[in-house]
Write a protein that binds this ligand. Sequence first.
Ligand SMILES: Nc1nc2c(ncn2[C@@H]2O[C@H](COP(=O)(O)OP(=O)(O)OP(=O)(O)O)[C@@H](O)[C@H]2O)c(=O)[nH]1
Ligand SMILES: [Mg+2]
Length: 309
Amino acid sequence: MAFFAKLKDKLKGVREKWSGGISKLFSAKNFDSDFWDSLEAQLIAGDTGLDFTEEIIDFLKAEAKSKNIKTPGELKNIFVEKITGELNSVPGMGKSFELKKTPLILLMIGVNGSGKTTSAGKLATLYKNQNKKVIMAAADTFRAAAVEQLKIWGERSGVRVIAQGQGSDPAAVAFDAWKAAESSKADVLIVDTAGRLHDKHNLMEELKKIHRVLSREAGADRIETVLVLDAVLGQNSVVQAETFNNIIPVSSIILTKYDNTAKGGVVLSIAKKLKVPVRYIGLGEGADDLNNFDPAEFAAALLELETEK
Ligand SMILES: Nc1nc2c(ncn2[C@@H]2O[C@H](COP(=O)(O)OP(=O)(O)OP(=O)(O)O)[C@@H](O)[C@H]2O)c(=O)[nH]1
Ligand SMILES: [Mg+2]
């Protein structure tokens, strides 16, 4: 199913649809301060972020003036192009991870409950379905039942999970898993890590250690540091991303629980502020509920325009 068709389907029960609100505005008869104020309010309410919202409004006003546009309806395509262009200006946006140098390491990081383990399981399923050889590493040795949770995903997807006991050194688990991935010529090694509050110093140090060990053994260019963010947190997730990025450079983002938010604009905020690609979005708890993020479709759907796909 196409990205937004699936999203709409998932969002059926959500009464307050952000895109529907924006779309309605553009059917206004003319530009008055009400139109601009409402558009601004809708974008901010949808977690687009203050700075970017202001930029969009200023850009649209300038376009309307210079092109002598009289009705909001005529601005629709310009709006869509602006949004799509901003998203696509970030390399890798909406694209799958590149398997140029294998085994590729996907180091899953993020705060508690953001969806790291679930996303690891979904990615394992996805690669398995593409007949890739996948190994997962249970480097969350902190939380009881974390290893078990990953093993269940492993069984479900038919993927081997490298684990040690609870409380063991996560960097040692990552090391073991790398050795296994290397010797078995795996395509992808997915490393699940413990959820951490981004202000907990020692947990961040532990994360750095995992990254250091993997970089030393496998080479930094083989590691995708995948920050898993909960879309429901909106602007807070942007702050989280900035904090994590200061610890180890984040190279990709998976935005989870997109099915649970009526505020889709956080994608724009992330693209604009962090310049890190949102490659996938999570649309549910199931193994197949992971989709590439499609910028053009996303932008068109904001105005309820049909796309060619
Ligand atoms: N609706 C929905 N739920 C999700 C999604 N991704 C994860 N979840 C749910 O969010 C909860 C937390 O997911 P986990 O994968 O355990 O999160 P985590 O980051 O590994 O958590 P910790 O290991 O405790 O840090 C679970 O109940 C998941 O089923 C998603 O895209 N949509
Ligand atoms: Mg977890």
